[in-house]
Design a protein around this ligand. Structure first.
Ligand SMILES: *[C@@H]1O[C@H](CO)[C@@H](O)[C@H](O)[C@H]1NC(C)=O
Ligand SMILES: *[C@@H]1O[C@H](CO)[C@@H](O)[C@H](O)[C@H]1NC(C)=O
Ligand SMILES: *[C@@H]1O[C@H](CO)[C@@H](O)[C@H](O)[C@H]1NC(C)=O
Ligand SMILES: *[C@@H]1O[C@H](CO)[C@@H](O)[C@H](O)[C@H]1NC(C)=O
Ligand SMILES: *[C@@H]1O[C@H](CO)[C@@H](O)[C@H](O)[C@H]1NC(C)=O
Ligand SMILES: *[C@@H]1O[C@H](CO)[C@@H](O)[C@H](O)[C@H]1NC(C)=O
Ligand SMILES: *[C@@H]1O[C@H](CO)[C@@H](O)[C@H](O)[C@H]1NC(C)=O
Ligand SMILES: [Fe+2]
Length: 595
């Protein structure tokens, strides 16, 4: 039998008195699915009124998710922005304190004159207020090690790397003799590719991007090969091609300075990628799906209660981006490798690809990039990002499994929920989502996956790239945000100092990166592990869900303890890396896209 289905407009007409619509979904009282609502007419009228009050407005920062317009939409983004501003004032004053102290230290040192000055003067005893946790252990001391550079692809910067597939043309050439000399075992690019051991990060698309003119900088658009060493099992760098000017290709066999500069140039491109991708895979993906829910789900729907919690101050970020990051001559134009216009181009280009909802599910993404096999097994001896991200996703999934089973006894209960069916339709149409499951695909399992990925996107996707990650792991002098002197026309560079940001730019850069950090969230109940237990709205959900919320906290806290317990072994390694991966600590990262 077909479940009852009442089109929204008719329901609204039938309802008579229209309840005052709210820009937030925090009605009081127990939440329930529409079939169980004692007052279906009033409920439908509320959905209708909200659907009218929220309008899908134009995207911000490139062409991606719509941004809310309409009376409710504007009220909501203003209110979210005001909420964001409270923490902004707080972190800004901490940063002001820290950058002032840093300025004094630089002055006492007589400026930044050596590589070691950047390592010590900018970090020793610095950033105490805005990054009290300190920087990623080992990231500065071991910055020049190849294993650090390569393992960043499998931990701190996990979204750009992919395997070169067996049927694929080689992305760029590298002589057989050279390859064999680096890899041994008479290896060629072809033999590495055919044995599933050749990987690429390709940022060559950046050669079309424009430089901002406010500060003089120089373009690079590096692509890099990595490989798995058959003897040690290590994941290592093989070559870096600059793709601009003389189009030099560097390898570990070059002089120490040449190779180090190549890795630094790559880092500028990779930082651009990570920061811009974060907009697509966290903000745009969740805003699109959440707006679809604002148009279709009642404030009284249990799923709306959850989505609202995850979207805390969600509509502040893209406004902040327009105002403070990507504004003409703003932080981005002053600091990063390419201009704000390139940022928008990146978002527009990547939204249909990296903004795909199901394509972004952890295993779907990693399989598509050839980093895990069909069974979900990693190809690497160690894959730190996958390890933690999967555990977080699994804990979320366990919670949502209980939640969904507690509200929908059977699949029929779910197919009878016309609000959820409308949501799925809306996400695929008016909300302009890509690859969200179709209405026909709605099952308890697919819904659990949708919620798990939504929560993953506001936590793992956001904070693996942005949040507190850049100030902790994107350390100078190795991780330069842009190139400050013309790149070499031939190998043999002797002095790397001209390629580093000057003191004023370095301080500005660190302050900017610190502005994404929220070190005080762990103490204020806003870390990932707190998402449910500190939410007032949990009283509106049933006892099974509240009980699952306790298990969620236990599981997340357990993961946090594991992460906080990581140490270097006798070889100076942690998870096979010369630095300690703690970027996804659930007692540190927010559960929402905080900025
Ligand atoms: C709903 O929640 C928002 C944000 O948490 C709050 O500002 C507002 O006062 C709440 N409204 C009601 C009616 O509870
Ligand atoms: C926002 O919505 C209003 C009312 O429909 C409309 O007049 C206005 O043009 C919209 N703004 C944008 C930027 O689309
Ligand atoms: C920075 O904050 C600390 C306390 O956290 C305070 O002792 C110090 O005086 C402040 N420094 C500046 C320059 O404001
Ligand atoms: C590659 O190495 C072989 C054997 O050492 C040598 O004969 C050949 O000239 C080298 N080719 C190039 C292009 O260097
Ligand atoms: C490399 O190739 C040469 C010539 O074919 C062969 O003698 C040698 O054993 C090979 N070395 C390795 C490590 O496979
Ligand atoms: C805690 O984590 C360990 C692994 O670190 C795992 O074996 C154990 O089952 C976890 N316990 C809970 C309650 O999640
Ligand atoms: C990396 O740095 C840490 C901290 O300085 C050090 O203890 C460790 O031995 C280093 N690891 C390697 C492989 O050099
Ligand atoms: Fe963000």
């Amino acid at each position: 039998m077909k479940p009852p289905y009442m089109p929204l407009a008719i329901a609204a007409l039938a309802a008579g008195a229209i309840a005052a619509p709210s820009m937030y979904s925090n009605a009081s009282g127990a939440a329930c699915i529409p079939q169980h609502d004692p007052n279906p007419k009033q409920r439908a009228a509320g959905v209708s009124a909200r659907s009218v009050g929220f309008i899908y407005g134009p995207s911000l920062i490139g062409e991606a998710a719509p941004f809310p317009n309409g009376t409710l939409g504007n009220a909501r983004s203003r209110s979210d922005y005001n909420t964001w501003s409270i923490d902004r004032k707080k972190i800004d004053s901490l940063i002001a304190n820290d950058t002032q102290a840093m300025g004094v230290s630089i002055q006492l040192n007589g400026g930044l004159k050596t590589w070691q000055d950047y390592e010590k003067v900018l970090y020793d005893g610095q950033l105490k207020n805005s990054n009290p946790r300190g920087v990623t252990p080992g990231m500065i001391a071991n910055a020049t090690q190849d294993l650090l550079f390569s393992m960043e692809r499998l931990s701190e910067h996990p979204y750009a790397v992919r395997r070169v597939m067996a049927n694929e043309a080689l992305p760029f050439p590298l002589g057989n003799n050279l390859t064999a000399k680096i890899v041994g075992e008479n290896a060629t690019l072809e033999s590495l590719r055919d044995s599933s051991r050749l990987f690429i990060v390709d940022h060559s698309y950046q050669k079309d991007y424009k430089l901002a003119t406010v500060v003089e900088r120089y373009p690079v658009a590096c692509s890099a090969y990595f490989y798995i060493d058959s003897k040690s099992g290590d994941f290592l760098p093989l070559a870096i091609r600059t793709n601009v000017d003389m189009d030099l290709t560097y390898t570990p066999l070059d002089s120490a300075n040449d190779w180090l500069l190549a890795k630094m140039m790559f880092n500028a491109n990779d930082m651009f990628h990570a920061q811009m991708l974060h907009l697509v895979i966290s903000h745009d993906v969740t805003e699109s799906v959440h707006q679809a829910a604002l148009h279709t789900l009642s404030e009284n729907h249990p799923i709306m209660v959850i989505l609202e919690r995850l979207m805390l101050q969600g509509y502040s970020s893209r406004i902040v981006g327009e105002e403070l990051c990507f504004n003409p001559g703003g932080h981005w134009d002053q600091l990063m490798v390419y201009s704000q216009f390139s940022c928008r181009d990146f978002v527009t280009d990547r939204w249909p690809i990296d903004g795909r909802f199901q394509g972004g599910y952890l295993e779907n993404d990693l399989k598509a990039r050839g980093l895990i096999d069909e069974k979900g097994e990693s190809l690497f001896r160690s894959f730190p990002f996958y390890e933690d991200a999967k555990e977080i996703r699994d804990i979320y999934k366990a919670f949502f499994t209980t939640f969904i089973n507690s509200y929908y006894g059977t699949e029929n209960d779910l197919s009878g929920d016309f609000e959820i069916r409308n949501w799925f339709v809306e996400a695929n149409t008016k909300a302009k989502g890509h690859d969200f499951p179709k209405e026909e695909q709605l099952t308890k399992d697919s819904l659990i996956d949708v919620l798990s990925h939504f929560a993953f996107a506001t936590s793992v996707s956001h904070h693996s790239t942005n949040g507190g990650a850049p100030i902790s792991s994107g350390t100078l002098p190795f991780h330069i945000p842009a190139i400050y002197t013309p790149i070499p026309k031939e190998k043999g560079v002797t002095d790397l100092m001209p390629y580093l940001p000057d003191a004023a730019t370095a301080v500005h850069y660190l302050g900017f990166m610190a502005s994404f950090n929220r070190p005080f969230y762990g103490d204020s109940g806003r870390a990932l592990e707190d998402v449910f237990v500190t939410a007032d709205s949990m009283t509106r959900l049933n006892s099974e869900t509240n009980s699952a919320a306790k298990d969620f906290l236990t599981g997340m806290h357990n993961l946090s303890e594991k992460i906080r317990g990581r140490q270097f072994n006798n070889d100076g390694l942690s998870q096979g890396m010369p630095f300690i991966y703690r970027t996804l600590d659930p007692a540190y990262i927010p559960f929402f896209c905080a900025v």
